[in-house]
Each structure stands twice: as C-alpha cells, then as structure tokens.
Design a binder for this molecule. Structure first.
Ligand code: AP5
Length: 192
C-alpha cells in the first residue's frame, strides 16, 4: 500500500484533486474535513462539539482526527493506496500518522504540496461561499484565520517531511485538469 499526503492551504484544491486521483489510481481518499462535516451532518455528539471549532477556522484536537484515520485505515481493503487530504495538520499529527503506519508495516511515501498564492486562495473560497453551504467560507475573517492557522501550525510539517526526502511541490494554479496531470505524473511513479 502506497501512502500519499496531499497538502496545501485552504482553497489550494486538495479536495478537488483528491477525488480525481482516488478514482484514477484506486486510492482511498481520507479527508478529515469531510469526516468531520459528516459527523456534524449526522448530528453526533462529536459533530456538535467540533462544529464550533470549525466555524471559527481553528483546528480540532489532534486525537479526534488521529482516531478517525486509524479506524478508516484498518477497515480498508482492495485499494492501491491511501490519499490523506487535510491530514496531518500539525507536526504532532504527522508523527502520529508515521507511528500508526509503521505499526502496520507502512510509511508515508510521498507528500504532494499544492502551491497557490494567497490572493487566489481567497478568491476561490469567496466564490465557493456563494455556491456551497460551508459556514467556514462565509466570513472573510474566518477565511483569513484558516490561512493563518495553516501558516502557523500546518506549514511546519513541510520542513519535517522535506528532510525525509518525500516532498513533491506542484504548481496548484491553472486549469483543474492541468493540475491533475501534474499530480498524476508524480503519483504514477510510486504505483509502478
Ligand atoms: P478541510 O475540509 O480540510 O478544509 P481546508 O483545508 O480549509 O480546505 P478546503 O476544503 O477549503 O480547500 P481544498 O484545498 O480542499 O480546496 P478545494 O478542492 O475544496 O478542513 C475544514 C476544517 O476542519 C478545518 O478548518 C478544521 O477546523 C477541521 N479539520 C479538518 N482536518 C483537520 C485536522 N487534520 N486536524 C484538525 N482540524 C481539522 O477547492 C476550493 C475551491 O476552489 C472549490 O470551490 C474548487 O472548486 C475551487 N478550485 C479548486 N481548484 C481550482 C483551480 N485550479 N482553479 C480555480 N478554482 C479551483
């Protein structure tokens, strides 16, 4: 099983590209954001507790998402690999994921990093706010906070993985299809 991280700030296209990559390469798409939104939609106790944190653009506690990921990995069968979207988001989550994979005889093989400038991110999220019901897209101050939280808490993971030689930067600006080809060209090398 090959383990890919898809990484980048809010609005960089992680979700958009993950769906396509998962389908093309038979990967299990694991989005902690989607899992948390599913908890909220289902009205679970966990969802209720997490929704206030997410609405502010802050990160939910590490242990919540680590547990969610572990249960998904253990239940997965028949995939060529895993694609983690929006996880890990702190160095502590990165360390926990590595440990979890090592215990199961795997490792993180590749970190795909979508590079998109701030103006483009804000433009995309403001546009999505008009179309989607995501509460964290509606308030520009929350969008700013999400980008700030990314810079402060999530971006340090890049240096952590650069040292391990798995860092693969990808230009995330342009047509969705072109970006998909850039990503696919990298992914295919790990699967052959
Ligand atoms: P999460 O769901 O992970 O959201 P995010 O990181 O804020 O990312 P987005 O979904 O906004 O952006 P994306 O990069 O996936 O881009 P997308 O493809 O959607 O997390 C939400 C919240 O959950 C967090 O704030 C946190 O509270 C919590 N959370 C989740 N995981 C957590 C974790 N591990 N630890 C702690 N807390 C966690 O694209 C964005 C828009 O741009 C779309 O409208 C799309 O159509 C458009 N678009 C995409 N590509 C292009 C392109 N090339 N050109 C033009 N438009 C484009």
């Amino acid at each position: 099983m090959v383990n890919f991280l898809i990484f980048g700030p809010p609005g960089s296209g992680k979700g958009t590209q993950s769906v396509r990559l998962a389908e093309k390469f038979n990967l299990l798409h694991l989005s902690t954001g989607d899992m948390l939104r599913a908890e909220i939609a289902a009205g679970t106790e966990l969802g209720k507790r997490m929704s206030a944190i997410m609405a502010k653009g802050e990160l939910v506690p590490d242990e919540v998402v680590i547990e969610m990921i572990a249960s998904k990995i253990d239940g997965a069968k028949g995939y060529a690999g895993f694609l983690y979207d929006g996880f890990p988001r702190t160095v502590a989550q990165a360390v926990a994921l590595e440990k979890m994979l090592n215990q199961r005889g795997m490792k993180i093989d590749c970190m795909l990093v979508l590079e998109v400038d701030r103006d483009e991110l804000v433009k995309r999220l403001v546009l999505r706010a008009e179309q989607s019901g995501r509460p964290d897209d509606k308030d520009p101050a929350v969008i700013d906070n999400r980008i700030e939280v990314y810079r402060e808490k999530t971006e340090p993971i890049i240096s952590y993985f650069k040292e391990k030689g798995i860092y693969q930067p990808v230009n995330g600006v342009g047509e969705i299809e072109d970006i998909f080809h850039r990503l696919s060209d990298i992914v295919v090398k790990y699967l052959n």
